[in-house]
Design a protein around this ligand. Sequence first.
Ligand SMILES: Nc1ncnc2c1ncn2[C@@H]1O[C@H](COP(=O)(O)OP(=O)(O)OP(=O)(O)O)[C@@H](O)[C@H]1O
Length: 310
Amino acid sequence: MDQDVGVLARGVTRSFGRFQALRGMDLTVPYGEVTALVGANGAGKTTLMLVLATLLAPDPGTAEVKVAGYDLRTHSALARASLGWMPDTFGVYDRLTAVEYLEFFAAAYRVPRADAATRIAELLERVHLVEFARQPVHVLSRGQKQRLGLARALVHRPKVLLLDEPASGLDPRSRVELRDLLRGLAAEGCAVLVSSHILNELEEIADRVVLVDQGRTAGEHDLATLLASASGIWRIRALDEDALGVALDRRSVPHRIASGTPGVDAGPLTEQEAASLLTDLVGDGVRIVSYAPVGGVLESVYLAMTEDRR
Ligand SMILES: Nc1ncnc2c1ncn2[C@@H]1O[C@H](COP(=O)(O)OP(=O)(O)OP(=O)(O)O)[C@@H](O)[C@H]1O
């Protein structure tokens, strides 16, 4: 059964001196899905990623930690060969061209020379860096370097992909492309783990979300279930807001005027309730201009989780 998931971690602990950064982290990253790692600054996301990438040893008390079916404590070289890693900040060798940079990593991962050239051309295409193929890496912008880093992580066709804050330096178009790329890799069977603070975007990328808090896993959720079960406030704008207020009163839906922006905030409502209410309001003849949850679901869950630390 262990072989069937990309990452299986149970009770992972890791200390730096007396400070326990990971206090029992649990995580499953299935193949064919994108799993999001979400948590506040200092929650332990990067530390966990470094452990999974075989760059940091877990403490001896760790119960279980496997990547691609390999126990990291006994078979870390095999695990490393099966995983692609993209750190949040990474060095590039400035004097190399983009192609030379990828050739270097292809050789390090022992990709056969004959395959490497085709693979590199395909990857440059995939991350939209074809025109920079022969340019030295130092001319690339931050976002372009990040895309090169992603190509580097994919050069040996890893089964497990670990990405720490991959969207942080990307412009909106590149983020959409990253999202499509990650969804594509998952569809091809890859197990993808991604950490990010851009919660609304994670909602579109991820199938599952793992919430981490102060070095522990606070919850593992299927995102569709989380979205369906979460109750939130919905901001509604109508051409005639008085008519909207009357209709909401008649249906006993709690609501108030939105502060600092046009519209009415109604709820809390689940997605199901919100969908039914929209149908009812349209049936009542209220002309709706916009209708959307205030903030995302992940954002609400995240804020609730971190509230006591403000
Ligand atoms: N090498 C280290 N030495 C000492 N403490 C460390 C070290 N690396 C991380 N820590 C501590 O471990 C905790 C977790 O850090 P980590 O970088 O994993 O958090 P994070 O969830 O990735 O945060 P962020 O969202 O800010 O990137 C922090 O309190 C940090 O100060």
